[in-house]
Design a binder for this molecule. Structure first.
Ligand SMILES: C=C(O[C@@H]1C=C(C(=O)O)C=C[C@H]1O)C(=O)O
Length: 456
């Protein structure tokens, strides 16, 4: 007999308990696909497995569809989280474009087949690792969700995770057997030259062009080791990994770019655009940073992003505050970065802001529609989830999204990497080529220990 006390309108039941110390690798290995890793530079690391509910949207207004499905899912959910970090959240992402699909591999499939225009999961099992301890959350949703079952599963998952015998040893990088470019140097230069012509004719102000690099790996990619390595080299970045429902593919990376975070009515975002390499010495690093700070081309490229973000946020906010422009120094590159904050005038969900901001001219261009058209006509591959929003939403509509850069889509023994650059009036095709190669490095370095930094 069904007890009415164990049911609620949305059928969401979530229970949490504290876990002894654990790690990304132990949790990742113990959980079942589809697994998700979300590791922001500050705050809790989440490793999740399985789906208590899946929200997918294709074409149409995917941001609104996901927002209303998320709201319905959380509506009067029965949640005993124990601590805020352990509360259930949906995690997922969007594709860069709505309704992609022009790129086909020789077998007729697209590498992005497993990644629809939007997919968010409410994880069945969520491990949250914070500075103050780890938590296990077990969730079920739907007509058959029962408190008793969720509590029983919470104990069973606790036993499984605490009994997990992960050796903690990291597998070595898979190694790179072969690489194939989707864009030759000649094609790249001619695309940039034709974009420069359009800029000259005032049809465009900025466009971001990307390249893809297909890698055959020598061994299988181990996502947990790969993400551990990315975390060590890029502590100031957002690490993410989203497996397909069958666990056959994973989209992962370590991106420096936050699209937006919303907590209550406080919005935090920023402009990240303008790039230069790292030096061999602190003095050379500083010299390069100074070049970046004073270079008019990079300043222009950057300012276009600041302006667009301010403009997109202004209808929602009484005031938008722009901080000082500064340098974000990462292991392989340095960027210009301007923090931007705003206070909303009304209660809104984070997905409304994602919809308003994506794609910023850091990954699309100015004017946006013409830039997107130019990207579509020029790039010979689908961006899929590359350069698109990935993140989470909670029951209150709060959330945080990053722009999925410095990323790759992997299917066991193959990985496709993506990297893009902003083209403005005085861009030089050779310099832009070199900049794209630098942006492949974060992922290349974790695929192969011996990978050369200067590969062209
Ligand atoms: C498009 C990428 O990066 C973006 C473009 C940048 C630029 O053109 O300077 C800098 C940071 C990102 O906003 C990428 O990493 O693929």
């Amino acid at each position: 007999m069904e007890s009415p006390r164990t049911r609620n309108r949305s059928g969401l039941v979530s229970r949490a308990r504290q876990l002894p110390e654990t790690s990304l690798r132990t949790a990742f290995d113990a959980l079942s696909p589809p697994r998700i890793v979300w590791g922001p530079p500050e705050g809790a690391l989440v490793v999740a497995g399985g789906a208590a509910a899946t929200i997918e949207a294709r074409e149409g207004n995917r941001f609104r569809e996901v927002a209303s499905a998320t709201e319905a899912l959380f509506d009067s959910g029965d949640v005993h989280a124990g601590t805020e970090a352990a509360r259930p959240r949906v995690f997922g992402g969007f594709s860069f474009n709505n309704g992609d699909g022009k790129y086909r591999e020789s077998d007729g499939g697209s590498p992005w087949d497993g990644y629809p225009d939007a997919r968010f999961l409410l994880p069945r099992v969520q491990v949250t690792i914070t500075d103050r301890g780890a938590w296990l959350t077990v969730t079920d949703a739907g007509e058959n969700a029962r408190v008793e079952d969720v509590e029983r599963r919470l104990d069973a998952e606790f036993d499984r995770l605490t009994g997990a015998t992960s050796t903690g040893t990291r597998s070595s990088p898979p190694g790179i057997a072969e690489r194939r470019r989707t864009t030759t140097r000649e094609e790249w230069s001619s695309s940039i030259r034709s974009a420069l012509d359009r800029i000259e004719r005032n049809e465009l102000t900025k466009v971001v062009f990307a390249q893809a690099l297909e890698i055959d790996l020598e061994g299988q990619l181990d996502p947990a080791s790969t993400l551990d390595r990315l975390g060590e080299a890029y502590p100031d970045c957002y690490r993410f990994c989203f497996e397909t429902p069958d666990g056959e593919a994973a989209f992962f990376g370590a991106t420096p770019e936050r699209l937006v975070s919303l907590r209550g009515r406080t919005v935090e975002t920023g402009a990240l655009a303008g790039t230069i390499g790292r030096g061999e010495t602190p003095a050379e690093d500083e010299w390069l940073a100074e070049q970046l700070r004073t270079d008019p081309k990079n300043a222009h490229e950057h300012e276009l992003v600041v302006e667009a973000i301010r403009e997109q946020l202004s209808p929602f906010s009484a005031s938008v505050a722009t901080g000082d422009r500064r340098i974000k120094r990462l292991a392989t590159v340095q960027h210009l970065w301007t923090p931007i904050t705003a206070e909303l005038t009304d209660d809104r969900g984070v997905l409304e802001l994602v919809e308003a901001l994506h794609p910023t001219p850091a990954v699309g261009g100015v004017p946006p529609e013409r830039a997107l058209e130019t990207i579509g006509e020029t790039e010979p591959f689908d961006r899929g989830w590359y350069a698109a929003p990935v993140g989470w939403v909670d029951a209150a509509g709060n959330g945080e999204f990053a722009v999925a850069l410095r990323s790759a889509l992997s299917t066991g023994s193959r990985a496709t990497l993506f990297a893009g650059v902003g083209v403005v009036g005085d861009s030089d095709p050779d310099e832009e080529w070199d900049e794209a190669q630098l942006k492949f490095q974060p992922v290349l370095n974790v695929l192969d220990d011996g990978d050369e930094r200067e590969e062209t």
